[in-house]
Write a protein that binds this ligand. Structure first.
Ligand code: AMP
Ligand code: MG
Length: 497
């Protein structure tokens, strides 16, 4: 049977990371998955790369490529490698890490610029330590769905092109099966890549090479600044502050914000025990292994800043001036707060800033926390708030146990909306574009995983489709916007993947 060839031309691969000094990586081929099958694919991600979504058909040569069967003579132009980095994990220096189960394939120049492709779960590398280099189907589905959901939600993130699966056994708490998820990003460079060349294997020349690389390819305006490396650090501070605000307003918990999981471009990176909160709880910890709550929901902004301090230390050989570094780091809390408040204003449908907005937001969040209201459902319902009826407070009241407390808040909100002459219909439309209806709740992912583990991948693909339009009403998919079932409370997520 002939195999559909969907390969990009060899000239499409520009592979700039592979032009760095060999100290940054080891060239090596992935270890192929035996008897691979397609599990799921994102046609929209393929299109953004200029790839033909037909490649996800059964007979395509791409199935081999994205399950690690390289080198592929048809898909020539890739330069598989694993990169080395270091990092701080749960507040402690962890030494050398690296792509222990990921193979960078190359960088593809497509219609919307260039993107790097990386296989995850594609076999051991020199940085695997005691790991087996594999990823299980369960965690691959979670990463795939959440990456694409975050992209659709408008949050900077690595994307996911496809998942391939295999009957190959992988041993975790129980025996599971192997999968490979293909990730896509402008760059996979982490804070930890910089830490590596300052703390682990101090080489100022390599550190500078890396910083120049990131400036040249991602932040070229820094070159025009009097202190280009301080300007780069400032960019990372700004991107991280914005990302943390986006996570907070969506109720997203990353779960493992170690410095090796922090992207230098401010992307959401390395989806493990992440969760979108169901019932609002500021102290929510999604990672079962995080017993101290270091990465609890309400700690994330602070942890982002902690990680930036580590990055700043790693930049010291380049910047040298302690005061300058402090001046770059210090605006973070205000930057974060400004982003947070302006994003919350949008969620509440407010146009003009007002000095009391922070209090208005905080009071609403306190009500939700006290009554364990469903974060996503309540914000979506808030768009139905009515400023004209006398008994305006309507169905929204029913989401709160203490109706009186809600009424008191709602009265303030109503006055606030009237102040800026807010029109209910127009405001509702705006609010529905920032308060999602569909998010990758743990229980939805779990249902897709259980089906997939029994060989039926249709639910994973269907859920992807729903999550690709998170702000649309999608009446035919109403059930995906439901409250989590009771059994969802017993779901436990750990770092095991
Ligand atoms: P994570 O906690 O997933 O961010 O991973 C931390 C480090 O462990 C990274 O260097 C990973 O590449 C590595 N790692 C995690 N799981 C495995 C595995 N199964 N095999 C090899 N390396 C792994
Ligand atoms: Mg990681």
């Amino acid at each position: 049977m002939s195999v559909l060839s969907t390969a990009p031309p060899p000239s499409a691969w520009i592979n700039r990371f592979a032009t760095l000094h060999p100290d940054f990586y080891t060239f090596l081929d992935p270890a192929p998955l035996p008897n691979p099958v397609w599990v799921a694919a994102s046609p929209s991600c393929a299109e953004s790369l200029g790839l033909d979504p037909k490649m996800f058909s059964k007979e395509s040569d791409a199935l081999g490529v994205f399950s690690g069967h390289l080198p592929s003579p048809i898909w020539s132009g890739m330069q598989p490698l694993a990169s080395v980095y270091s990092g701080h994990q749960f507040g402690h220096w962890a030494g050398q890490l690296g792509d222990g189960r990921a193979h960078w394939l190359g960088e593809l120049s497509g219609p919307s610029g260039s993107y790097e492709l990386q296989l995850k779960g594609s076999g051991p590398t020199p940085y695997s330590r005691r790991g087996d280099g594999r990823a299980v189907l369960r965690s691959s589905i979670r990463e795939f769905l959440c990456s694409e959901a975050m992209h659709a939600l408008g949050v900077p993130t690595t994307r996911a092109l496809c998942i391939t699966g295999s009957p190959m056994p992988v041993y975790r708490e129980k025996t599971e099966t192997a999968a490979v998820v293909t990730r896509v990003a402008r760059s996979f460079i982490r804070f930890g890549h910089f830490e590596h060349f300052t703390f682990n294997n101090p080489q100022p020349a390599r550190l500078q090479e890396l910083a120049d690389f990131v400036i040249d390819h991602h932040f070229p305006a820094c070159k025009e600044q009097p202190h280009p490396y301080a300007a780069l650090l400032q960019e990372v501070v700004q991107q991280t502050a914005r990302l943390m605000a986006q996570w907070q307003v969506l109720g997203f918990c990353h779960g493992v914000m170690n410095t090796d999981n922090m992207s230098i471009l401010g992307l959401t990176l390395d989806y493990g025990p992440f969760a979108f909160m169901d019932a609002f709880d500021p102290g929510y910890i999604c990672n079962h292994s995080d017993t101290g709550g270091r990465y609890a929901y309400d700690q994330q902004p602070q942890m982002g800043w902690w990680n930036l301090h580590v990055l700043a230390q790693a930049f010291m050989p380049l910047i040298e001036d302690k005061e300058l570094v402090s001046n770059v780091l210090n605006p973070y809390p205000d930057l974060f707060k400004d982003h947070l408040l302006s994003q919350y204003r949008a969620k509440f449908g407010l146009h003009m800033p007002d000095v009391n907005d922070e209090m208005l937001v905080q009071e609403f969040l306190s009500l939700m926390a006290r009554d364990s209201s469903d974060y996503t459902i309540v914000f979506r319902q808030l768009s139905r708030f009515n400023t004209t009826e006398k008994t305006s407070l309507s169905a929204l009241r029913d989401f709160f146990i203490s109706r009186e407390a809600f009424d008191t808040w709602a009265q303030k909100y109503k006055i606030r909306l009237q102040q800026e002459n807010s029109q209910d219909v127009e405001r509702a439309q705006r609010m529905n574009q920032v308060n999602p209806k569909f998010i990758p709740r743990n229980y939805l992912c779990q249902q897709a995983i259980e089906k997939a583990e029994s060989g039926d991948y249709s639910q994973t693909q269907r859920l992807l489709q729903v999550l690709q339009n998170p702000y649309d009403e999608q009446p035919e998919n109403e059930s995906y916007a439901n409250y989590p079932p009771d059994w969802a409370q017993t779901l436990s997520l750990s770092c095991s993947s």
